[in-house]
Design a protein around this ligand. Structure first.
Ligand SMILES: Cc1cc2nc3c(=O)[nH]c(=O)nc-3n(C[C@H](O)[C@H](O)[C@H](O)COP(=O)(O)OP(=O)(O)OC[C@H]3O[C@@H](n4cnc5c(N)ncnc54)[C@H](O)[C@@H]3O)c2cc1C
Length: 396
């Protein structure tokens, strides 16, 4: 089949949805098409690891309603090539799509464990959630590999579902490297109190599926068997298509402040894009919802004819049992870390400074301060521990 679109979007995730809606707001007649390799229409990903487990939120509620924008959804199809001269892409089923402007919103793919077994779930998609939910029965033993965002959220959700959870990660503690030592140590205790077994400093070095479960081999020479294994080992941006099409790739598709590649009719946004982040004065690739929605929306607007830079410093958030946070900028404990606790590890702010400037702010159970945190990061400074403490209105 052959199709013709004014605006073609490859990938059908949150970025694609935001772009399609933004195009429609500015152009009521444009022909907009989305090609996505998942079988589902665009949906919210963040509830997969938390909200859907906690609130008995129905699955249908995560659907983003993209087709109401008038965009045509081509689902279950993978784009396998881009011909920028002919302005055409082709999918894995022989579909050919002509475009005037193209957005690459191909997102990212989880890193994999070296074990092929359907009980090993590299958690990313709605189908992964459905597969895990089927196995996450009370009493089931679950290994969660990874102590970052996905691992810590999924471990909490599985524990809440009554599973016997073991969390394994190479670092010293949950969120180590991102959170200050004391906070990471507190989190470890918080998880243990809620029944999660932690194995810090441990890597999975091998394993195999057996009839009774998945057997994992660890870096310390031990082995253990689990009913289900969830991997949260980080993701790799889906840049192959862009690279094949001769576009610049550097751990992400390289775009300018308009979210355009070197080809003025090809854009990239969301988890896959490496963009110039003006408030931090550096290129970034962000794997968070606020960036996906904001950049998708921005790319859609520029594709539809506006001429403006993307200047937002994205924020991100996470929920861990009944704790939660929002954050902006760089969270890296190698920076100068300034902690300001209203109540230790229950409510407070962590500032990350480098060379007299605030580079990141963690708002721990502190809400409504994202804009103030963004302003602080945008300030030229100079800042030090004394000048940042009390800068956020809630904590002044
Ligand atoms: C479980 C989970 C929980 C999260 N929780 C939070 C949170 O609490 N807070 C937060 O800020 N962020 C969170 N995130 C991150 C946030 O959801 C992502 O940043 C966002 O979904 C990225 O959207 P995207 O559209 O850019 O990429 P993706 O979501 O990866 O979507 C890209 C889509 O394109 C498809 N695709 C790729 N290549 C092709 C191709 N060649 N042809 C066709 N289709 C293709 C992919 O299969 C995918 O469906 C979470 C993510 C996950 C997975």
């Amino acid at each position: 089949m052959a199709y013709e679109y004014d605006h073609l979007i490859v990938g059908a995730g949150m970025t694609a949805d935001a772009a399609a809606k933004a195009i429609r707001e500015l152009d009521r007649t444009a022909r907009v098409g989305l090609v996505g390799d998942e079988r589902h229409a665009p949906y919210e990903r963040p509830p997969l690891s938390k909200g859907l487990w906690k609130d008995d939120r129905p699955i249908e509620s995560i659907d983003l309603g993209t087709s109401a924008s008038g965009a045509v959804l081509h689902l279950g199809r993978r784009v396998v090539g881009i011909d920028r001269v002919a302005r055409r892409v082709v999918d894995d089923q022989g579909g050919v799509y002509a475009y005037r402007r193209l957005l690459l919103a191909t997102g990212a793919t989880p890193r994999r464990l070296p074990i092929e077994d359907e009980r090993v779930i590299h958690f990313r998609t709605l189908d992964d959630y459905l597969a895990l939910r089927r196995r996450a029965v009370p009493g089931a033993s679950a290994a969660v590999v990874g102590g970052g965002f996905i691992g810590s959220e999924i471990a909490a959700s599985l524990a809440g579902a009554g599973c016997r959870v073991t969390m394994l990660f190479p670092g010293d503690g949950i969120g180590a490297g991102r959170f200050p030592y004391g906070l990471s140590d507190f989190l470890d205790g918080y998880y243990r109190e809620r029944g999660v077994t932690l194995r810090a400093g441990t890597r999975v070095v091998g394993g195999r599926g057996a009839r009774e479960g998945v057997e994992l081999a660890f870096s310390d020479g031990t082995e253990a068997r689990f009913d289900v294994v969830v991997a949260g080992l980080g993701v790799v941006p889906n840049t192959d298509l862009a690279a094949q099409a001769g576009l610049a790739v550097d751990d992400g598709i390289v775009v300018d402040a308009r979210l355009r590649t070197a080809d003025p009719d090809v854009f990239a946004a969301g988890d896959v894009a490496r963009f110039p982040c003006a408030p931090l004065g550096m290129r970034l690739r962000v794997e968070h919802e606020n960036a996906a929605i904001g950049m998708g929306r921005h790319a859609g607007r520029v594709m539809a004819g506006t001429d403006e830079d993307y200047t937002t410093l994205p924020f991100f958030y996470s929920d861990l049992f009944d704790l939660g946070y929002e954050a902006v900028g760089l969270l890296d404990d190698r920076l100068d870390v300034v902690e300001q606790w209203v109540q230790p590890y229950r409510e407070g702010v962590v500032y990350y400074l480098d060379d007299g400037r605030v580079r990141g702010v963690l708002l721990w159970n502190v809400w409504g301060q994202v804009e103030a945190a963004r302003d602080l990061v945008a300030e030229a400074g100079p800042h030090d521990a004394d000048s940042v403490r009390g800068r956020l209105p809630r904590l002044a």
